[in-house]
Design a protein around this ligand. Structure first.
Ligand SMILES: Nc1ncnc2c1ncn2[C@@H]1O[C@H](COP(=O)(O)OP(=O)(O)OP(=O)(O)O)[C@@H](O)[C@H]1O
Ligand SMILES: [Mg+2]
Length: 273
């Protein structure tokens, strides 16, 4: 337990889609260097939670703070106002997000995809941006594929480029929303290995994933969501080995039996990352 100000703190966050109450009072704290895995059944609100955290969606109530600063509201003359688009964009840049579908720019090579954000958003010099992009591609095991177009890369390679692209913006928190679930099973490990490497390097991460191997190896804590609520959270080993909530136990039983979580269904981990 640390007493430092959490890097990210959610207090009583709610989200409605019309009549549908999708997040029903979420409290969450994430400290620098922590890795949290979010699990839960389909429709429980995991993606909505991540989307609210980086303000792709607007939470309807509650507070989300980054480094102790409210990202949605600012106080002026004692009153709360919604933050300007410019402020929101600045906060969003501090949180990177890797999606299930990588959405690389199809007409740009891997290295150009990674350089794009630093160049366009931060005005980084081309030579500097390219050198940094190459370092990041090397880190995800893809330096040799830097000049390939996305169509010339496998799904796992594209996802690793997407991770490098995200890292190029130097986010303080990296969020993954089922980053491996669109991949063929034999390509999952290469992406998971990159995620584990990032975790080991001290990256602060929130990962929505059903990859229990990743959770077990890399996550400090597990957060279990059900119907818009966090119904259980705790240290990884505790939640995985001795879930307190029957819904968690049931859910873990289901995911453990998915083909991609059976130990004998995995190719050996690739050593290149
Ligand atoms: N844009 C939207 N408009 C209306 N309802 C939405 C929208 N996005 C999500 N929902 C609803 O909100 C609920 C939570 O969705 P969410 O995508 O956050 O779940 P999830 O836990 O990520 O599920 P999955 O595991 O299938 O990805 C679901 O009932 C979903 O139908
Ligand atoms: Mg989702």
């Amino acid at each position: 337990m640390t007493t430092a100000t959490p890097l990210l703190e959610l207090e009583n966050v709610h989200k409605w889609y019309g009549q549908r109450h999708v997040l029903r009072g979420i409290d969450l704290r994430l400290h620098q260097g922590e890795v949290v895995c979010v699990i839960g059944p389909s429709g429980s609100g995991k993606s909505t939670l991540l989307r609210c955290i980086n303000q792709l969606e607007k939470a309807d109530a509650g507070t989300i703070s980054l480094g102790g600063v409210d990202v949605m509201h600012e106080k002026r003359r004692g009153k709360l106002f919604e933050r300007s688009g410019k402020d929101v964009a600045a906060f969003r840049q501090r949180i990177g997000m890797v999606f299930q579908h990588f959405n690389l720019f199809g007409h740009m090579s891997a290295v150009e995809n990674v350089m794009f954000g630093p160049r366009q958003v931060n005005g980084v010099d081309k030579v500097v941006a390219r050198a940094r992009a190459m370092e990041l591609l090397d880190m995800v095991g893809l330096a040799a594929r830097a000049s390939q177009l996305p169509t010339q890369l496998s799904g796992g390679e594209q996802q690793r480029v997407a991770i490098a692209r995200c890292l190029a913006m130097e986010p303080e928190i990296l969020m993954f929303d089922e980053a491996t679930s669109a991949l063929d099973p034999e390509l999952v490990a290469e992406v998971i290995n990159v995620m584990k490497e990032l975790a080991r390097a001290g990256t602060t991460m929130i990962a929505v994933t059903h990859e229990m191997g990743f959770a077990r190896d890399a996550a400090d804590a597990i957060v279990m969501m059900d119907a818009g609520l966090i119904i259980e959270e705790g240290p990884t080993a505790e939640v995985l080995n001795a879930p307190r909530h029957a819904r968690t136990a049931l859910f873990l039983g289901h995911v453990a039996n998915r083909p991609d979580n059976r130990p004998d269904s995995r190719p050996a981990n690739r050593p290149d990352v």
